[in-house]
Design a protein around this ligand. Structure first.
Ligand SMILES: *[C@@H]1O[C@H](CO)[C@@H](O)[C@H](O)[C@H]1NC(C)=O
Ligand SMILES: *[C@@H]1O[C@H](CO)[C@@H](O)[C@H](O)[C@H]1NC(C)=O
Ligand SMILES: *[C@@H]1O[C@H](CO)[C@@H](O)[C@H](O)[C@H]1NC(C)=O
Length: 212
């Protein structure tokens, strides 16, 4: 049942995904840096938060080696930011197909907005990247994750010529989403987060150290 649902989602999403961000870098891990010593160098991992939905949960300082902490960046020739690949951060959701084979569904990181809060939950779920909810993601020269925009709405008329504008509004929060409570990564749209448990974090990309 679950596999069927996911297969249907993937089938729906596939044509648009292939067009928007067909290329992929990776694999890499994500960890928190520049933060207090308890959290510093702690990895994020995909944690179950509904049918084919995960959040990015706070893990340990040692990496789990089961794929739940392994991510990719999808991009296209048209989605470079400051000459570097940018686009959609993805995780490969494992599922069992009808025939019993283990397959994966490419799951882009997306905002899940709550109109009564300025804290958007960040979710990974198989879907098209051709939606406004997909986090426009990239990594700067320090390997720090950012979201970007080509429109500056803080001036009038809105400026579309001075971009890209990079934003680092990531926060670690006690989240409640899909019936699950986690300590997970979220996005503060603007201002002070309404959720008092949130605190700002830097998310850093770490490429695996290859065995000699
Ligand atoms: C990301 O790129 C891979 C490799 O090209 C592709 O298989 C996958 O469908 C893409 N995912 C999304 C969400 O676009
Ligand atoms: C963190 O470490 C604990 C204790 O070793 C372990 O039980 C748990 O599965 C680990 N969690 C992650 C996300 O690595
Ligand atoms: C994307 O992938 C295609 C197919 O492998 C390749 O021909 C193309 O050069 C890649 N584009 C970029 C921007 O890396």
């Amino acid at each position: 049942m679950l596999a069927t649902t996911i297969a249907a989602l993937v089938a729906l999403a596939a044509p648009a995904m292939a067009q928007l961000y067909p290329n992929q870098t990776g694999s890499f891990h994500l960890k928190l840096t520049n933060t207090n010593s308890d959290l510093d160098n702690t990895y994020l991992y995909a944690c179950h938060s509904g049918a084919a939905i995960e959040q990015l949960c706070l893990g340990n300082k040692t990496l789990r080696d089961d794929g739940f902490g392994t991510f990719y960046l999808n991009y296209s020739a048209n989605s470079l930011v400051n000459d570097k690949p940018a686009g959609a951060l993805v995780w490969n959701l494992p599922f069992t197909s009808a025939g019993g084979a283990i397959q994966t569904a490419s799951s882009p990181l997306s905002f899940s907005y709550n109109p009564t809060s300025n804290v958007a939950i960040l979710i990974l779920s198989p879907s098209s990247t051709d939606t406004s909810d997909v986090v426009p993601a990239g990594f700067d020269d320090d390997e720090h994750l950012f979201a970007y925009s080509y429109v500056d709405e803080s001036v009038f008329p809105p400026d579309t010529s001075s971009g890209p504008h990079l934003f680092y509004h990531f926060a670690l929060c006690q989240t409640y989403f899909g019936g699950y409570r986690y300590t997970a990564l979220a996005w503060v749209t603007a201002g002070q987060p309404l959720n008092p448990s949130c605190h700002a974090v830097t998310v850093t990309r770490e490429f695996p150290i290859l065995a000699q």
